[in-house]
Design a binder for this molecule. Structure first.
Ligand code: PMP
Ligand code: GLN
Length: 381
């Protein structure tokens, strides 16, 4: 049996959601919204199921969705994508990530990763035979520095797996940091796999900058998106992969034997949704930003040191200044069992040299849910 997978612990999201159910806790752990998602998009999917969009669609995705993805990114990110040669639909960003790693690395190749890291990355890299080289980001600013990148890149670097906007920190990396990373990728002839699933969940007027727009990266990067995040329906596993034709040919070979296709009714509805008016996307952001501010204010009034969050469904608190003499995992355990509020310890996103003082809360919830969590938490001082 494969010992790597046999020895993996259950993901922190599943563990925390189970604890939340057992303790009837308000679940601000796993990232999913209270809101059921846009009704018109859900109706499109329902009608498509009823009207028979239920057989295998084309392997690369429904043409209408591939074109909708190219049009959407042209409008929102100024990208020029050939829908036929440069866009593929996958069953969620997770499939796209797994496929990219299977397709693009050989055993022994080095892969640069950034901690805290989304929990699926490291096991997928390792199972594909990659050797992880970890760049450690730390609170409160989580910046990318030239020094840290120099230590991680070597002549064996083949691939860089990056996430922007970043889960769990809520960071949007600056143009300067992105250009620095691009320079390292070019210098070491590495492919950049850029997980951009949070590209629309971005606040305070930030503008998402795709890897495909970075100098010299158009031909050597893979952009990954997710309809689950764009429409706030996380169970909808519909992912988008965009890459230059040469890379896409290889990526499509992994896709054909991982899932081959993605449910066509969902693809049809997502194609419709991507064309929704600009204001729908901006209003959705504004609504989430309001929820972020509500939770941030409540937590700071209760004495929690709140770190800035510019994107995603998440904000973090750093317990270090409170000198509570307890680490993030123990704090989350106590919160869920004694206070009835679930959150995620950020140390779970580190493979080594973990930061053990930061706790992640999901704010994509109704005001009533957030207020209930705040009332239960009380003052931390
Ligand atoms: N990457 C990141 C950074 C994520 O946060 C998530 C889900 N929260 C995913 C990938 C998975 O996306 P999907 O559900 O489309 O597989
Ligand atoms: N991406 C979600 C989060 O960060 C959870 C994904 C999952 O449950 N695997 O909370």
């Amino acid at each position: 049996m494969n010992t790597l997978f046999a020895n993996l612990p259950t993901t922190v999201f599943e563990t925390m959601s189970r604890l939340a159910r057992e303790h009837q806790a308000v679940n601000l752990g796993q990232g999913f919204p209270d809101d059921p998602g846009p009704l018109d998009v859900r109706e499109k999917a329902a009608q498509a199921v009823v009207h028979g969009w239920n057989q295998y669609p084309p392997m690369m995705g429904l043409p209408e969705l591939r074109h909708a993805v190219a049009d959407h990114y042209r409008h929102w990110q100024g990208l020029d994508l050939d829908a036929e040669a440069e866009v593929m639909i996958t069953s969620g960003a997770t499939e796209a990530l797994a496929g990219a790693l299977l397709a693009l690395i050989e055993p022994g190749d080095e892969v640069v990763l950034f901690q805290p890291l989304y929990d699926a990355y490291l096991p997928l890299v390792q199972r594909a035979g990659g050797v992880a080289r970890l760049v450690r980001l730390a609170p409160p600013y989580w910046e990318l520095t030239e020094e840290a990148l120099s230590a991680a890149f070597t002549p064996k670097t083949r691939l860089v797996l990056f996430n922007n906007p970043h889960n769990p920190t809520g960071r949007v990396f600056s143009r300067g940091e992105l250009e620095l990373l691009a320079a390292f990728c070019r210098r070491s002839d590495a492919v950049l796999v850029s997980d951009e699933v949070w590209e629309h969940v971005i606040f305070d007027g930030h503008i998402h900058q795709s890897c495909l727009s970075l100098p010299g990266l158009r031909e050597r990067s893979v952009k990954i998106g997710s309809a689950g995040k764009i429409f706030g329906m996380t169970g909808w596993k519909v992912g988008f992969v965009c890459a230059a034709p040469g890379l896409m040919k290889v990526l499509s070979k992994a896709h054909q034997f991982l899932t081959f296709t993605t449910p066509p009714a969902l693809q049809h509805a997502v194609a419709y949704g991507l064309g929704k008016p600009r204001d729908w996307f901006l209003d959705t952001r504004a609504e989430l930003q309001r929820s972020r501010d509500r939770l941030a204010l409540g937590l700071s009034q209760a004495g929690f040191p709140v770190l800035p969050s510019s994107a995603t469904y998440f904000l973090n608190v750093d317990l270090a200044p409170l000198a509570l003499n307890i680490d993030d995992a123990a704090f989350c355990q106590q919160m869920v069992t004694q206070r009835g509020v679930a959150a995620i310890p950020v140390s779970a996103f580190y493979a080594q040299e973990a930061v053990r003082s930061v706790v992640r809360f999901c704010f994509a919830k109704t005001d009533a849910t957030l207020d209930l969590a705040l009332a239960r938490l009380g003052d931390v001082r």
